[in-house]
Write a protein that binds this ligand. Structure first.
Ligand code: SAM
Length: 286
């Protein structure tokens, strides 16, 4: 649920008894697509804000935290990622980070709602600056179905940058989807998924993700927490999984010598994210 009163946009998390607010200057855009309600606001201090179906997706000011942590840990864990698929990620910020890696030869963004990308081009142009890179490819359709049809043994990295596990995104947090992802990955391949809030969702969603990924054959599964001020509790996570790649080790020297600029990611923040809090280890380790 969201409210707009006295110049403040508020997303209410009724079940948790909390809310998050941003002071806004004005609403820039609103529409109902085939899939969801899309809203864009101009805020006082966080730049532009995108809201989908009443859930805060991103702001200009803090999206770098999420986009860098959804990409660089996995890209520097894989030995030589060449073909990358992003499921969801319509704002194009994840695609931009992936294409910073010169070794990536081909990246696909598989987003169900083309309107998210069109609005990002208008209101978040900095996230779309790699969209004309010759390695960038776009498919607008359901990522769950796409994964059932992709060639087996054809991908190095799958990044699930989706909305919460309800509605169209529910099938992206499911055993069948993980089985299809497993078939699509080449040896050494990695699946990484946005996995909600450590504080709110460790015993429910994150535990379910670990259990289903392991059932699908991903022997190595690890959750990396990171800060994300505009999401519930301000603390978020991604979960990395592989059949044969021990995802707790990464190409630290390559990460230190990365030939591109990051604002949050470096080998130190990568190590920090790998150190799971004790309550998560207690809940998730076998
Ligand atoms: N950072 C955000 C978060 O964690 O809340 C996610 C941002 S990104 C905009 C999420 C995207 O996933 C949305 O644009 C949504 O349309 C897309 N999406 C949801 N379900 C999908 C599906 N089944 N296939 C492809 N894209 C999907």
């Amino acid at each position: 649920m969201t409210t707009l009163a006295d110049g403040w946009f508020t997303e209410v998390f009724q079940n948790e008894g909390t809310a998050f607010s941003l002071q806004v200057k004005r609403k820039l855009h609103e529409e109902q697509s085939e899939f969801q309600k899309l809203e864009i606001y101009e805020t006082e201090t966080f730049g532009n804000l995108m809201v989908l179906d009443g859930c805060v997706m991103l702001t200009t000011r803090d999206n770098f935290l999420y986009h860098e942590m959804m990409t660089h840990p996995a890209l520097f864990t894989h030995k030589d990622p060449k073909k990358v698929v992003i499921v969801g990620g319509g704002d194009c910020g994840t695609l931009r980070e992936v294409l910073k890696h010169p070794g990536v030869e081909e990246a696909w963004q598989v987003e169900i709602d083309e309107r998210v990308t069109r609005l990002a081009e208008t209101w978040f142009p900095e996230l779309c600056e790699a969209n004309n890179d010759p390695r960038a490819n776009f498919f607008f359709g359901d990522g769950v179905k796409w994964m059932t049809e992709v060639d087996p043994d054809s991908l190095d990295l799958i990044i699930v940058d989706s909305t919460d596990p309800v509605g169209a995104a529910e099938g992206l947090f499911a055993l069948d989807f993980y089985r299809d992802a497993m078939l699509a990955l080449r040896p050494g391949g990695i699946l990484v998924q946005q996995s909600e809030s450590p504080l709110l969702h460790t015993d429910t969603i994150i535990k379910g993700i670990h259990s289903d990924m392991r059932k699908a054959g991903f022997e190595h599964v690890h959750t990396l927490p990171f800060p994300q001020p505009v999401y519930p509790t301000g603390w978020w996570s991604c979960t990395m999984a592989s059949r044969d790649n021990p995802v707790r080790y990464f190409r630290e020297e390559d990460a230190a010598n990365r030939p591109f600029v990051t604002r949050y990611y470096n080998p130190g923040t990568h190590h920090g994210a790998l150190a799971m809090p004790q309550f998560m280890l207690d809940a998730l380790e076998d």
